[in-house]
Write a new protein. Structure first.
Length: 73
């Protein structure tokens, strides 16, 4: 099964839904936040220091959860 290739159209569809994105930089409230995928969660870095993690496999969900947490503070 590891030799099986994913259809390019399927890759595009997965990326548009935020699945299988390994890393993304997001500008939020003047800071650049880095989301890095690590096993079953996204680790969140601010100024190269890990400040949290979010259990999800979808980058869009991770970003939304982080923005909710920060706006409540």
């Amino acid at each position: 099964m590891k030799d099986r290739k994913v259809d390019p159209i399927a890759k595009i569809a997965m990326r548009s839904r935020g699945i299988t994105v390994k890393e993304r930089r997001v500008r939020f409230q003047g800071d650049i936040i880095v989301f890095k995928y690590n096993e079953d969660r996204y680790d969140v870095y601010l100024n190269q220091v890990k400040v949290g993690d979010i259990v999800t496999n979808n980058i869009n969900d991770a970003i939304a959860v982080w923005k909710q947490r920060k706006s409540k503070l």
